[in-house]
Design a protein around this ligand. Sequence first.
Ligand SMILES: C[S@@+](CC[C@H](N)C(=O)[O-])C[C@H]1O[C@@H](n2cnc3c(N)ncnc32)[C@H](O)[C@@H]1O
Length: 211
Amino acid sequence: MSPVEGLPESNAGYGTRQYWEQRYASEDQDSSFDWFLQPEYLLPLLEPYLHECGKGKDVRVLMLGCGNSLLGEVMYDAGYHNVVNIDYSATLIEQMIARHAEKRPDMQWLEMDIRDLKFNEGDFDVVLDKGTMDAMLTSKGDVWNPPDEDVQNCRTEVEEAVSATFGQPHFRKRYMLGHDHFDLSYKDIGPPEGFSYFLYDLKYQENTESQ
Ligand SMILES: C[S@@+](CC[C@H](N)C(=O)[O-])C[C@H]1O[C@@H](n2cnc3c(N)ncnc32)[C@H](O)[C@@H]1O
């Protein structure tokens, strides 16, 4: 970590497990931090996607790179109990299990790498990513010409995801296009003042060609 408390030496640090392990180990057990957008702002924007499968609040959600964001907790408290949170920091997952076990017993927290998911096809209705692809894309800098490894990592991630990111469409579409039977759409989700964020929706469509 850098001499500036909590920051990596360079942006590439955000793309390493070691950085996140150290960061979470150095934080207070109860700390939380939401990258980009606050859950209260984001959840109403996500709800149309959550409800598309027709299961209401029983929708099965996979949260990629959950960190200690409050999004999962806010969703749970709003009635979404089938949320599985994964992150590759073992320290973070231990903290989350301890923090939520009593109040949110149905919520699951699993140590897992997004590039090596241990689920079966069809286990989830919606996959959410808030800021995680952004962390995975910080490895080598040039957003105009990302290394193949980054493209592959992110393509693995986005096969079925709704992604909230600061990545503008020009830069992000290249990671999300090219999946057979998936349709990509995106929109600017504000907030009304300041920096704009985007919501990408990559959706499975039985009968469409790849874009
Ligand atoms: C920028 S933070 C976003 C955290 C949270 N989603 C939020 O909105 O505040 C990125 C998180 O993704 C996790 N992460 C990064 N790459 C990962 C990977 N390949 N597999 C699993 N987790 C990963 C990090 O440990 C970190 O907790």
